[in-house]
Ligand binder design. Sequence first.
Ligand SMILES: *Cc1c(COP(=O)(O)O)cnc(C)c1O
Length: 846
Amino acid sequence: MALTIEDIRAKQRKISISGIAPPECVNNIKNNFNKHLHFTLVKDRQNATARDYFFALAHTVKDQVCGRWIRTYQHHHRMDSKNIYYLSLEFYMGRALTNTMVNIGISKECDEAMYQLGLDIEELESMEEDAGLGNGGLGRLAACFLDSMATLGMPAYGYGIRYDYGIFEQKIEHGWQFEEPDEWLRFGNPWEQARPEYVLPVNFYGRIGQDENGKKWVGCQTVYALPYDTPIPGYGNNTVNIMRLWSAKAPKSFNLQVFNDGSYLQAVYDRYLAENITRVLYPNDSIFEGRELRLKQEYFLVSASLQDIIRRYKGGKNFDYERVSFVAFPEKTAIQLNDTHPALAVPELMRILLDDEGLTWEEAWQIVVDTCAYTNHTLLPEALERWPVSLMQQLLPRHLQIIYLINHLFLEKVEEKWPGDVDRKRRMSLVEEGGGKSINMAHLCIVGSHVVNGVAKIHSELLKTSIFKDFYEMYPERFQNKTNGITPRRWLLMCNPTLASLISQRIGEEWITNLDLLRNLEPLASEKAFLRRLIQVKQENKQKFACYLENEFNISINPSSMFDVQVKRIHEYKRQLLNCLHIITMYNQIKKHNPNDFVPRTVMIGGKAAPGYYMAKLTIKLINNIADVVNHDPDVGDKLKVVFLENYRVSLAEKIVPATDLSEQISLAGTEASGTGNMKFMLNGAITIGTLDGANVEMREEVGEENFFLFGMTVEEVENLRKEGYYPRKYYEENADLREAIDQINSDFFSPEEPGLFRDIFNNLMFSDHYCLLKDYSSYIECQHRVSELYRNPLEWASMCLRNIAASGKFSSDRTIMEYATEIWGVDPSGIKLLAPHEESNNIED
Ligand SMILES: *Cc1c(COP(=O)(O)O)cnc(C)c1O
């Protein structure tokens, strides 16, 4: 008998371990909620919608945050310790309501209050728009880091851009992706606090010269940066940090020429041009597109953030205004560059210290290098930022001049170390020739930082032996590894409350801030009663997801089938097409053999394609067409079902991850820097089928090879194969099942109405296959067979799931941040004085 959503919710209310909410708190929340409904939203219970109730609750919760927010600020100011600045063009935050309630410890009270008011809190939560200011892993990492830094009590700030439009909304029509604008601010944002009083000027264009104040960059166009602060609550520690996002605002003087010409209306209309800088997030993941507006965004973030950082440094306790000194700047400030997107921080900080603060080049350079650190996120050549010199010359002439000088001095050092090695200097130069000069932003970051890090062990090693080999030989001490992590608050406690409380019942709640304690679950892997509970929890999560698909998309799936899931951006290197080849192979097996022997599967694939990425969009169409054939074949029944999950985003990840049995992490070895999706699934008791790529390598190390489904080539094997020459056709000819699948794609078996639709996929696989799908196919299929065999035995499967959960502690972003803190930023979070617990949230100093 299948459980309904209502059954599951009723059950969750009963089994919650967080105890009974004290009635005075519940009454307080009810009162505040009513107050906001009436006075903030100006609605009553007759005309209020679910969205109004969401806003009323959000404001109620935000009120609880404000006292902690102010006290954290006062505390950090008093401590005067080193500030950490995380600069990122992306913060993929998702929803804030549940996270805020959980982190400040009022979720039980809010639950109870809404229940007493006859409202369904889950429905209210579902009204919140995702803050989708990111593309994928890189942006989500920044969000997980903010949660960990707040939870560790560190004085840390996220600096980013407040895009009017975040990542596009994906619509699927006739199997194709269409993009719609993400109007996330349409109903207002209850969490942000605008700070128009702290607006800062950002300059563009102009020329190099010398004005009456000695400024070297003159005749600029100015745009204002308006800060918006969003609270980042730590878990259970009363800390509330901030994420400061900048929005572009035209100054009064914008287009003064047109004003003076008397064209008042035109001048007002033109103000939107300046404000376009922060209009929209560029929707490319791991693909560089050299657009002028994007370069403006990067500089806009860097310029506004650095002004703010320096203002805060000067406002520090020991700063002596009489003898302005920047010597202590690196002791008080760490700046982490999330990929090369904020690379202009290096020349911009130089420019400020030289032109505005009057330091010498040598003094300024030492400060810049000691302050900045750079995280690399990819080895893919198409992702590396290379900005045309011509564009930089126009937009940022003084910065280009500084970059040239940095390069000159750097190449002198290279010459010193390797006299006469002309080719090495060419390879290492920040300025690259060929098809018009360009600036290699990764080179700029390496030269301007004291630490460069990769995001998983294997990735950090590859940096040293491949793209940054020359730089490693020059500065071996700069290169480090910081394996990525995810926050266990959002990715277990919040998204999977039933599993979280099952765990807490056995080992207590400390795992929430010390994820290594999950190791204490290991002995339970042979305890049948516990495994049955684990199976039950997973089954309920699957049931719940099946209900969601039914209600939202009218798709029905078999909740007792294996949920086989690949959700991530659509990209050739992630090899969604390899998954397709497996699906087609399973389909052919079912058609040929007795379907009753087949272990039922629901294969779900989701993810957005960059709007200009043809192959990725065609892949989405292929998945949908395969789904059409498979799902409508009466011979298949409910043995195999294929679903494309529309509009994959953080809030959808929170639903699918707890319901997944099998996690697909099948990128070609050496292409996925780390991955973080892989970690979310492991933490929620899915088993991974994956390659030796990114953090998969370390996940397998932690859980033991017998608890990980490994297939495919190693990095070395890929290198050797490429050296000897890769001929995909060979594997096509050798393997009949592979040949059949590829021929079906080519012969319009999945596109009978549109002959030739998938020809480009066929040609790509047969004649280039850059990511070696055909080579890895047989090993993948064989591995999938072993997966199915294990799934026949639920207790053995559950035991492996539990071992995965127990071994996932390393992948907490708390561990990652601790490593950044001690090994890059030179701060000791364990020594940071935490904010004292406060009973009175209104206990604020004046
Ligand atoms: C975690 C996450 C990602 C990253 O997934 P990978 O599998 O590591 O590429 C992308 N998008 C969303 C919405 C996520 O939550």
